[in-house]
Design a protein around this ligand. Sequence first.
Ligand code: AMP
Ligand code: ZN
Length: 500
Amino acid sequence: MAMAPLYESQELKVYNSITGIKETFTPITAGNIGMYVCGPTVYSNVHLGNCRTFISFDLVFRYLKHLEYKVRYVRNITDAGHLENDSEDGEDKVSKKARIEQLEPMEIVQRYTLDFHNVLAKFNNLPPSIEPTATGHIIEQIEIIKSIIDNGFAYEANGSVYFDVKKFNETNKYGKLSGRNLEDMIANTRELAAQSDKKNPQDFALWKKAEPEHIMRWPSPWSDGFPGWHLECTAMSTKYLGDQFDIHGGGMDLKFPHHECEIAQGEASCGKSPVNYWMHANMLTLNGKKMSKSTGNIISPAEIFEGGNTALSKSFAPTVARFFILQAHYRSILDFSNDALEASEKGFYKLMEAIQTLEKIAPTSTTTGFAIDQWKQECYDAMNDDFNSPILIAKLFDAVKFINNLKEGNNSISTTDLEVLKNTMHGFVFDVLGLVDTQSDSSTSGIGEKLSGTVELLINLRAEARANKDFATSDKIRDELLAMGIQLKDGREGTSFSIN
Ligand code: AMP
Ligand code: ZN
């Protein structure tokens, strides 16, 4: 008989942004999950803030897979259509960059898509199941506009098409995700004279007629133009996941207007609210302010991996930065600092060392000092509680303490428990958190590997000094390493070291 999938024995709760509560997660089709996450606009290099959001949803993807759900994860590439500051007029971001760099818009798109993939691979993010592009789905977007017009929720004006928010609000509620209501929005808007063809300032563009200088343009029943910003996600999510699907994610800053408009478009085109669980990842801040391309308040992934930013004392392995990010819950604000990253690095190596130690532990007939099965369920409980990675990591460190006790001979572990402990540690650390042991993996920057190589060299020099009765030198090596937090231990098999 086949084993029941893991999700059947776990109760996953997900904080749903639209209801504001943690809800028991039930997929539309048992055992299958459809998840859509808004991807990047590929007109510049991603910064660490963007990466935080994509790492947050990688954790979600990994845990859902770990629970043995079949997950279809769709994350788009926004390669067309956004206007500067999402305004009604002006140039789109891709075309503007193309003009500045004297390149084809699609060269810009290709360059920054590659950068995005490269950076996320360094962070050990899994690729999504489908990665559709906005420009590859113009026909689908036009079809949705037609159905919204047919249903009476959009109007054409001078070759552009706008969503009629007021009309929509008569039968549906506009603002349910962001907790706004249309009357307040209208009261708070100061209408600019002759600002646009819109009936109301709250209306948003579904299609924009292109000005003669606008490079990225497509034919449509209304004009040669380009789709509105919000429409691509409606088109690509519903094309691959159906009119209604399980999870839609993105950064907190996309809640309004982007996701609010997606709900309106979904309801207006097919009469159904598109998403069951809305998930929003919180922001990474730098000096207390949102990391943001437009203000220049950013740290780039390259600066983390290679150094070179004055805010950083040194470079850090991508997996260390990933660990730093996962030490905060995805719904909490996380402030970036060099000190916090250094602290994460220490914790990371301690965790890796414990996992390596585990390989050398010899089991005995009984386990003392640790309730393995209970601990294992507590690890699941942490993740079942809206993907609480910081609590999970605290649980993993309970195991680190136990492993170190095993090493010292203070506790013992049975053969069966040792298997459970190893599998659970590996499952959560490598599969769910997606960390990489830099000492055993040469694909990452290998700082851990280089560090241990350097310490091995010093251990050999110390052994030579001792053989020559040069105790001043041998003690100096031991003491100075200790001052740096690296402890040498002399044993029967030679000298080993640990990082405190
Ligand atoms: P964009 O390319 O601007 O659409 O951003 C891509 C993703 O990064 C979106 O989901 C944003 O919400 C997210 N994002 C932007 N800035 C930050 C930040 N400082 N912290 C976390 N996520 C962010
Ligand atoms: Zn989107």
